[in-house]
Design a protein around this ligand. Sequence first.
Ligand code: ADP
Length: 599
Amino acid sequence: MQSQYQVTKNLYRTEDTYSDIPEQQRKLVGTMDGIEQRLPTISSELEFLNIIGKRFVAALDRFHVHRAILTTLQEMYSFSACCILLKGNPHQLFIIPCQPLSASFLKDMIQRITSAAQVLDFPSVEAEQLAQTAYFDAPDEVAQFRTQEAIEGTEIGSCLNVPLTIENRIIGILSLFDELVGTFDSDLLKLTTMIADYAAFALENVGLREREHALWRQAEHERQRLELIIRSMTEGVLITDEYGAIVSMNQSAQHLLSQVVDNLPSNIPLQQLAQTQNIQCLHVLAASVHESLHKNTIVSKELLAGDSSEQVPLTLSISVAPLDDSSSTTANPIGAVVVLNDITASKQVERLKDEFVSVVSHELRTPLTNIKGYTQHLVRRLERRIRKIHEAQQAQNTSMIDLPESVDLHNMLIVQSQTDRLERLVNDLLDRSRVQWGQLTLEYKSFYLADVLAECIRSVQASAEQHTLYLDIQVPDTHVVADKSRVEQVIGNLLDNAVKYSPQGGQVTVRLQEQQNNYLISIIDQGIGVNPEHYEHIFERFYRVSNATTRQYSGVGLGLYVAKAIVNKHGGNIWLAENKGIGGTIFYVTLPHTPSGEA
Ligand code: ADP
């Protein structure tokens, strides 16, 4: 194919068209002398270049550039068609016929353009593909009428292919075709190349503009989609600027906030607004936004938005995140985004659940107290009877024999121990809502901590036959001022767990030590242990370590939650660690000698 073309500088033409042009004329770079005969109305070359320059600069889209090319070239030549092939993936071919063309003319035209593109190393260019994807751009002025016969008979007589280049980079080919032979006068080839250069710049510019426009349209489409999503969200979404003033909010946010504040102006920072209005919810919202503007994220903060005297006040959950613009030079967020959720319904369900659990727990307490009382009474009676029998045996000097009462006592102690456990569970259930609503109260009194620890051990030991419970007191005086039954509840819960989570049995030690003004109680077991990843959650409400091994243990995940609340209320602390070496867990509790903290 290449042999078909003569290459003169950046000019390519088919042999059949130019075979008759003498060699010196083919060099061509020459002169523009011919132009004055061709373009008698244009007085000088410069004026002509100026005119065509303006034409191309004024062309704002691809089709205006095509018009400019056509108009300019038609001032120089009369030809049948002009084509523009733009390099790309895929290549784009634009055909601008100046008169009706026959199918064979068209086919030949595309074939020749393909050949020229192959010479210029356009990647994978094929005539068939170009023919299928070519665009036809009709000229404004329709050429003179020709009969179908006349059209059918047309063949290509001359052809001119000029590369479209920008700074030595070939972006396409401008091709001219005519039925007549010798149409493309070599005198005008340099000028044609110049026009092609103008055209190349103009086409590159409109290409950039088209791409820019497409990107803008895509961005606009995305923006509208995002706006629609935010508008349709059932969650309220509110966006502030970097000063905390509302920039926009969706309908849900407007609806939710309208129940709190009559009017939320958009140009005043929320903190400033909160100062002028005595609305607690607004204060919390403003403070959360302020915090977020200092790069903190707030997740699911509860906001009492309604009147607290109502049975189920409007409650919102808010999450606030800073709008961090990574491209911005300033270190601070450019605003904050607030997501509001109405959680009143779930609060209502929670409250109903709480009420139900409280009622059931209260109902359970009455029979439990009776069972406890009667069990204690029976235990004492049995103990007394056994003591009397032993005393009688000692007085008669008879050898001690196994008494059926001893077996009864043993069984009664198990009943007592399990009743204590049941009582702790009921108390935990009752205390759960007290802790949640900040209603946990303590009744301080003076007692000896060692006695309480011993009593707890005795109670738990009665129904923990596989375990040996030890008490290790390492302080001379164990006098403390605290809520005795609450301390029993904490130690009882921790001992229950120590036994429950050591299914193989083993030793459980309760150690009492001194630590500054606190007692340090350690409950050490040799059980299944707790993976450290659970340490930070284990004191949360209803949190249970869940895996194949732990699923077999019964429980509700409240013991540690309530224990922590009680210990903290006393001004103490509770935490856990691995029982290194032997395995198992150590729970530590500190308890001030005398009341401190919130109490
Ligand atoms: P419950 O025992 O009713 O599940 P708790 O609040 O007392 O609830 O304990 C929470 C979770 O902590 C338990 O489910 C258990 O997985 C883990 N846990 C508590 N104490 C121990 C312990 N001594 N050894 C191993 N795991 C424990």
